[in-house]
Design a protein around this ligand. Structure first.
Ligand code: ADP
Ligand code: MG
Length: 450
């Protein structure tokens, strides 16, 4: 639940204890929330006592009113005990790349996925800049683009590219300490370290990384305490010229409730995005994945998959896995019909997620080709109208849940075989003609966007 809840609690406390604001309430930092409790951090023991004596009873009332139950605050003290405070040594100048302090036991780290390498990454126009920057960073980490911020939609290869940087640097120089963590892991580790009084170890690990990779930064929205921790980590690493890479589902400026000072740091190096791959790239990805999984696919099936799964590489990969299972489990020759039947859930959920209306497709396509909406639905067959209409039919078949008969009704009372042949015609044209392919791609992206 409760990510947004803390803000309400905070407002409530400020109303109840107006004179406490600057001295006390400003120092309570939200970390994270579960169904059972809310984690916050405070500067020292005195704050902790004040929270439990003064604020917790009010919070209990507040939450009781909202949810009919109490939510305990789990208050973590940031201050370290006397003997926990160690002056952090600087790396010996003779070997500036060497990790110092020495590497921790491996089990402390979140591992890189061995498949997420540059070799396994299929390059396309959708990821060109991000990929080129990633390569450059691997060659000279901490130099040109620091930090490197990658953003883009789900399943488009952000984690893959980020980890490829990690692999490459690690294999060029095995002593480099490459730390990868999702924002969630970073958060949980921090909370854990506070609970166990081991913040110092946490900070040693992250502030002395050679390469820091933090995935899915959007998870930190609203979590002030973690943002602050990351802010200090950032500054320390930046100062010592260590490379950082972040990913997010949005560009920095669209991240809400992340403090300005952290946002401006995210944006201070290079920001690059990854878009959904175009048709050719999707085909190349399918071929690569099929090769990896050792499954043979006909051009026809590759084309079918690439045409129907457009917004998410993870879905493409899942489709290849499913096709492989058809071959292995059903022990049967792979036909397009079979693929269509077995993948209906993937394909439907794909379309269902967006559920575009046929009217929208017709209007968008009519607009794109500068013909009228009524012509789109008419019986006219001049080529200036017929081609856009066929494209609209083709896109409606992919993006709406209507059957071919229903689509026939929507397009001027045509029968279902006309609809099927329109789809086949556009399918052929996409393969033969790059400008049609681009038009269709462009329209599809527009339709799926909102
Ligand atoms: P994101 O982090 O953007 O959500 P991932 O990096 O986890 O996406 O990618 C999802 C899956 O798709 C992974 O298995 C990844 O290997 C694969 N993938 C994404 N983009 C590519 C690409 N360009 N080439 C090869 N595989 C890719
Ligand atoms: Mg990811």
């Amino acid at each position: 639940m409760l990510d947004q809840e803390w803000q309400l609690i905070d407002q409530y406390l400020r109303k109840e204890f107006p004179t406490d604001q600057e001295l006390w309430l400003d120092y309570l930092k939200f970390l994270s929330a579960s169904e059972e409790e809310i984690f916050i951090s405070v500067p020292n023991q005195i704050y902790k006592e004040r929270v439990s004596e003064k604020y917790q009873p009010k919070i209990d009332d507040f939450m009781n009113n909202r949810f009919g139950k109490k939510y305990p605050l789990n208050v973590m003290v940031e201050e370290e005990s006397e003997d926990d405070i160690v002056v952090l040594p600087t790396p010996p100048p003779s070997n500036p790349n060497r990790t110092y302090p020495p590497k921790k036991p491996q089990h402390l780290y979140h591992f890189l996925n061995s498949k997420y390498t540059f070799e396994q990454f299929v390059l396309g126009g959708n990821s060109q800049l991000a990929h080129a920057a990633a390569l450059r960073i691997s060659e000279s980490p901490g130099k040109d683009y620091n930090p490197f911020f990658i953003y883009g939609g789900v399943g488009l290869g952000k984690t893959h590219l980020m980890q490829a940087i990690g692999h490459e640097i690690q294999s060029n120089d095995p002593v480099m300490a490459v730390h990868y963590a999702t924002s969630e892991q970073f958060t949980n580790e921090y909370i854990n370290s506070l609970q166990k009084g081991k913040v110092h170890a946490f900070r040693l690990k992250y502030r002395y990384a050679d390469i820091l990779l933090i995935d899915d930064i959007q998870f930190l929205e609203g979590k002030e305490g973690i943002q602050e921790e990351l802010f200090h980590t950032f500054n320390m690493l930046k100062e010592s010229g260590k490379q950082m890479v972040f990913t997010s589902d949005r560009p920095p400026r669209e991240l809400k409730t992340i403090t300005d000072r952290l946002l401006s740091r995210f944006a201070s190096g290079l920001v690059a995005d990854i878009k959904p791959p175009d048709l050719e790239t999707r085909k190349a990805i399918i071929k690569k994945k099929a090769h990896q999984k050792d499954v043979g696919l006909s051009e026809e099936i590759i084309h079918f998959l690439a045409n129907n799964i457009t917004q998410n590489v993870r879905d493409l990969e899942a489709a290849v896995t499913k096709v492989k299972s058809i071959v292995e489990l059903l022990n049967e020759k792979l036909t397009l019909k079979r693929v269509e039947i077995e993948l209906h859930d993937v394909l439907n959920s794909y379309v269902g997620r967006k559920n575009v209306s046929v009217e929208r497709v017709q209007k968008e396509v009519a607009n794109y080709y500068n013909i009228s909406y009524s012509d789109m639905k008419s019986k006219k067959r001049t080529s200036a109208i017929a081609k856009p209409r066929q494209i609209a039919v083709y896109l409606s078949k992919q993006l709406t849940n209507l059957s071919t008969t229903e689509l026939g009704n929507e397009f001027g009372g045509r029968n279902h075989s006309t609809i099927i042949s329109a789809c086949q015609k556009i399918d052929r044209e996409i393969q033969a003609n790059e400008s049609t392919q681009n038009d269709v791609e462009h329209l599809k992206i527009r339709l799926l966007r909102s």
